[in-house]
Ligand binder design. Sequence first.
Ligand SMILES: Nc1ncnc2c1ncn2[C@@H]1O[C@H](COP(=O)(O)OP(=O)(O)OP(=O)(O)O)[C@@H](O)[C@H]1O
Length: 773
Amino acid sequence: MEWYLIVAFKIVEETTNSLERVEDTKNSVDEDSVSNGRREFSPVQGPALPLLQKIACLSSEIENLKRDHTSLLHHVKSISTDSFPGPDVLDTLRLLNNEHELLKKKYVDVSSERKQLYNEVIELKGNIRVFCRCRPLNKAENANGSTSVVEFDSSQENELQIVSSDSSKKQFKFDNVFKPEDNQEAVFAQTKPVVTSVLDGYNVCIFAYGQTGTGKTFTMEGTPENRGVNYRTLEELFRVSKDRNGIMRYELFVSMLEVYNEKIRDLLVENSNEPPKKLEIKQAAEGGTQEVPGLTEAQVYGTEEVWELLKSGARVRSVGSTNANELSSRSHCLLRVTVKGENLINGQKTKSYLWLVDLAGSERVGKIEVDGERLKESQFINKSLSALGDVISALASKSGHIPYRNSKLTHILQSSLEEIILTGIQNEGGDCKTLMFVQISPSSSDLGETLCSLNFASRVRGIESGPARKQSDISELFKYKQMAEKLKQDEKETKKLQDNLQSVQLRLAAREHICRALQEKVKDLENQLAEERKTRIKQETRAFAATSTQSTLKQVAVKTKTEKKPPLAPSKMRMPLRRISNFVPPQSPRPPQKKNTMRTTMAASEGKENTQRTTMTAPTNAKMLMIPRRMSIAVRPTPSTTQAIQPKRRVSIATLRPETSSHMTTPLHTSLSRHQNGNAIGRQSLMRDPRKARYSKLFSPMPELNTALESTPTAMRCSSKFMGSPPTQAPGSWKPKHPTVVALQRKTLVWSPLKARGMKNYRRSLLPSQTFN
Ligand SMILES: Nc1ncnc2c1ncn2[C@@H]1O[C@H](COP(=O)(O)OP(=O)(O)OP(=O)(O)O)[C@@H](O)[C@H]1O
């Protein structure tokens, strides 16, 4: 602008100068002509004419120049007023400049906030997301009449049910479920948000898993008519990067490799006939990511170029024919898209990877009937897939060690499965985004494989990772961890208790076994006893018959008849033996004690050889000391090694009560006498023991018996069914007649193995306690 003004001013200046010069010339000419005119005016006027013409020309020239001058002046004037900004304009310009800077800064802030929010949305949906896609029944399946075992309930979104052969249904839920009729667009619409994260600097990994022939390659690669996730992803990346043009500058690079039999092969080599380069995974210096040195990395600028690259890579891929898929992928195919981004506003640089993985089919070797090379391939495939499962499990359980290096597949995907690495001015932390497509077949013939795949996918879906979830409530996570710890402890304790319970149950079983054996023994003994009783009754009946013939004893017989006790009830009518249990039975009530009649039963064991049982009624009165006493002794013969245990024999012995009680041979009496001899309080202490006190009462006088004894001859005194015994009977064959004595004689006398073992607790339960009545 300034030069223009300067030029204008110069022109005006020059015009003014020339005007002045012209004016000067004109004036000088006029002066000359006046002087000359005076001189030439008189007689000679001819030579003045050219000068006048010259003046006239110059005058018109002056007029022209004057006009130009005026117009130039106007022009200059207009330039100076219209073109130069005033101070207001300059102020506005300054303000606008400031505002522009502010907006730039705001944009950077908002764009990073958008990135963050977008990332959070992805994380809230799940950093590891699982989509299930079911392919339609194919021609072969339709031809052989296979039915679909997959059911989709429209009311339950993202769920599917597998109908088993027994009509039972198993339900599965995923982040998205695609039915056979869902097309490639529908599938990619749900995939898109995850994919575009890579442009924000996040690592993304998408892989397709499933049985062979279920559509993994169809989903990832697609066909020219139905392009898959790989192509659509790159198309979307180009679209978004174009949208962000001017703010972000992106560069996209594509690599394609396959892991075949645990070897890495570059699929983008120029000449596929060349021997394959040996590629290895190396830890990169920057950020510790996994790199494959020597792997072709082609920069791509447009979708068509990408499509050509994908096609050429797919052509080189190892495929083979199995009976499950004519073009079965025998390797894991990995397409890596490297995105380098630069923020044009703040200069921030990012580098992120997007892995698009078409896994080899998870097949059962037996099912697809392969052998030779195919078998070897299948083994490698299954090994690497199980390594992937292990990594996922370890991630799910937040294990300290994740076995990435167990296979080439997991090793190469390590950084994509763990954390995002951003290079440049600013590093942003965060987990990578993983999306898995679990591909299934609807056919009933693939039911087993379908269930396996769905179970694996459910396990993957169980991984709850991602900073949004982690950061959303760290205390909650800590609480869960503690709960898990407690659960582990509880489980341990439960196991311990179960072990204890088992050992107690074993001991109980052993005890019950012993108890059963003992019960059987008791039953045997009861039978023996019944036998013995029968024999005895017979003997007694015979003795009674013999005595009843004697007429001299008629009167006595009449008397005895009134006192005679009814014969013992048959064994069936007696109280049954109590069942042996492991519990101590409650104390049985004491038998009612008759006034003046005391009874005791004592069992005395004399070693293992025999067992004696003594029953007696004993008055302590001096007179009564002479009353013949009767002791019943059960004798068990010495067990011999060659003979079975003989039934014990019982003998009844009538004895005379010795002069002093100290001569009693019963255990009670022995103990009593020991007390008496030892110290004076012996008896008192004995009396304090209720059982012993009961025994001691036995030795108190019985008035009833005393009277009878006074009025009846010794041989006749006892009222019993044995009253018929002749008076001439020898003292050894004396039979008591008193009902109590007789009853005591009849009391069941049992040799119990429990007694022999000292099992006192069982005594009450095994021995009848009511035989005294
Ligand atoms: N959703 C679908 N719609 C139509 N056709 C499909 C679908 N999914 C798969 N197919 C067809 O099924 C056949 C097998 O698919 P594909 O080769 O993708 O299976 P795969 O899982 O990759 O098998 P492999 O593991 O053996 O490589 C192909 O012919 C494919 O076109």
